[in-house]
Design a protein around this ligand. Structure first.
Ligand code: BJW
Ligand code: ZN
Length: 294
């Protein structure tokens, strides 16, 4: 297999033919919006590795600590705005705009591992800009974003089926009070930040401990059946800002390749599996996506 190309003209020639486009996105998509990635620089929260907190075991052992981590993440996401990469991907969900980039394209789906809601927000902003007088066919299709690792602003019960979206900050006063403690001298894991379980977010239906509505390791990602059929059909896969280390997302590009589709990676740095891609565009995706696709 030849090494991946970074030739924009060759990539645009492929874009003229493709019919079903899927984007698999990761934390790098939101990096320019100020949301830290998981691995490499920025993957620490205080002295703790972010991925070690994203597990059911960590939550069972110390719900106070894990809730403080997610409180911090919620605040960051509320402060953030979609960047140029979110905006371009949102525009690609407008059929008429998509045709200007990929004239034969019939479908466009964004499967994001991110929980920050920025892709959906970019889509909402665009919908509002387009206004009501545009034909339905020209409007973005909100169904085209799949948040497979859940949503930071969903809160769900650990015991019953209660789940709600809650954008308030703080989610409860005890979490808000930890902001003051989280300075350089107070590690989030230290004793004084220990919030008793009954003062953490609780289910509004049965009163049990609530948890963030995200997908942790060993839990089942969301909408896998929908994603499987999208990936099965796709003849172009754009892999944007992910280290491709977490499955099942890390396996989707390979599946598109296996049925003779094209894979193009947009990432700041080379990553595992890049050698199987047809194209690798190294750089910030907020610059490279508009340059290569725009
Ligand atoms: C830029 C940029 C810029 C920076 N421009 N680029 C052994 C083998 C295979 C699989 C397994 C295994 N052992 C266990 C598993 C399964 C496990 C897994 O994959 N583990 C691996 C670590 C090996 N997977 C799971 O457990 C998943 N569930 C599952 O498989 O269930 C099976 C099942 C199926 C059916 C029924 C029942 C069960 C669940 C995974 C859940 C992951 N959860 C998290 C936390 C979400 C909540 C939260 O956000 O807090 O998801 S972990 C974390 O990693 C988060 C991310 O979505 C995910 C992926 O990270 P991502 O997005 O790639 O970020 P980074 O930081 O790694 O990379 C950023 C990239 O951006 C870098 O490459 C930078 O270079 C780049 N970048 N700036 C472009 N400006
Ligand atoms: Zn409940």
């Amino acid at each position: 297999m030849p090494p991946p190309s970074n030739n924009v003209d060759d990539f645009r020639a492929i874009l003229q033919q493709v019919k079903h486009i899927v984007v698999i996105a990761g934390a790098g998509l939101s990096a320019a919006s100020g949301i830290p990635t998981f691995r490499g620089a920025g993957g620490m929260w205080r002295s703790l590795d972010a991925t070690s907190l994203a597990t059911p075991t960590a939550f069972a052992a110390n719900p106070s600590l894990v809730w403080q981590f997610y409180h911090h993440r919620r605040v960051k996401a509320l402060e953030a705005s979609p960047n140029a990469a979110h905006e371009l991907l949102a525009k690609m969900s407008i059929p008429n705009y998509l045709k200007t980039i990929a004239p034969a394209a019939k479908t466009f789906h964004l499967v994001t591992q991110n929980v920050d809601r920025l892709s959906t927000r970019a889509m909402d902003v665009l919908s509002a800009q387009i206004g009501k007088d545009v034909k339905l066919a020209d409007r973005p299709r909100p169904v085209s974003v799949i948040e497979m690792h859940g949503r930071l602003f969903d809160v769900k019960c650990t015991k019953c089926d209660w789940c709600t979206e809650d954008l308030s900050n703080p989610l409860c006063s005890t979490l808000g009070a930890t902001d003051a403690l989280l300075d350089d001298y107070h590690d989030a894991g230290s004793k004084e930040n220990d919030i008793p379980e009954d003062a953490l977010p609780r289910c509004q239906q049965c009163g049990a401990l609530a948890r963030p509505g995200v997908v942790w390791f060993d839990e089942k990602p969301l909408r896998l059946d929908d994603i499987n059929s999208i990936v099965y059909k796709a003849d172009l896969c754009l892999v944007v800002g992910t280290s491709s280390t977490v499955y099942p997302a890390a396996g989707y590009a390979y599946r598109v390749k296996r049925h003779n589709g094209t894979v193009a990676v947009f990432n700041l740095e080379p990553n595992k599996g890049d050698e199987h891609a047809d194209f690798v565009f190294l750089g910030r995706c907020e610059d490279e996506l508009p340059r290569v696709l725009g």
